[in-house]
Write a protein that binds this ligand. Sequence first.
Ligand code: AMP
Ligand code: MG
Length: 339
Amino acid sequence: MKLRLAAWLTMLIMLFGGCSAIREAERNLFLMDTTISLRVFGDNADAALTEIAERLSVFDRDFSHVRDDGELYRINNRENQTVDITDEMSDILTTAKKYAEETRGAFDPTIAPAVKLWGIGTENPRVPEEAELRALLPYIDYRKIDISEKKLTLPRGFSINLGAIAKGYASDDARRVLDKHGIGSAVLSLGGNVYARGARPDGTPWRVGVRDPEGTENDILGIIEAEDKYIISSGDYERYFERSGARYHHILDPKTAAPADNSLRAVVIVCDEGARGDAYSTALFVMGYDAALEFWREKRDFEAVFVLKDNRVVVTEGIAESFSQRNESGRYTYETAKR
Ligand code: AMP
Ligand code: MG
């Protein structure tokens, strides 16, 4: 009897000791124009986190369209049409072009001149004249991006903005760092881009909130339970300014060079790759609800939550089971979209 009790006690201590021994490393940063929070669990948590943070600060410099010391700035201020680019830049531009093709230009990294003209998120945003927007349209066309090996050719007047894909791309890069350090559990949040690595240390799934576009940063309208997934959001609440009662947000329709204006307020993508999720969340927001749902039916490699202006929340059937409603405001009605 005594022996058994001792064995039990030892086991309990081992279990308890085992749990408390899981190392956690945590860091909050402001990079890539957004708040970043990194939580990494496991023996190599500190080393992994340090490496991820270092990589993020390189991306912050090289993928920025405002910093004047990075690679994208050098590309956008090039003198010749053809410039040498790094492997990393070649990789992200190739990826961006692929998703621009897939989404038929709803996501388009050559949107840069329009982003600059509106100045959304800067201190001096403004509503441009129709004629100014029209004049930009010939300079928005991802098909003009030509990458061969380590050279980029881009016609004069064209420039690149990676704002809609860089954070997702960075979270894919972080996944490889976690792989290298043998990390099984982590949650990385880069603005609206969350990478839920493995399960939580206690074995239960990560729980990621879907933001209520009407509320503050902490208000949610649902929770997605996820393991080993990217949960990536785009919405009209993220960055915008208001003039004469109208809201001008930061997701622009490449066809008009103006903020996308349709029945959507937010799109959340759940998938297995950060860059894809990031490009899709922006693209589906631009496409509008009907075309976005069609795209989901066609693609089959992601799931989504759509928040519509009429307060409907539509969850695609592949994640219906892992989605739970949080409707404190009573504003929303929920539905499931079938294939
Ligand atoms: P996201 O928050 O991922 O939806 O990305 C929005 C950011 O990407 C904006 O702040 C712009 O810098 C840029 N952007 C806006 N519209 C587009 C678009 N249609 N395609 C690609 N990038 C865009
Ligand atoms: Mg995006």
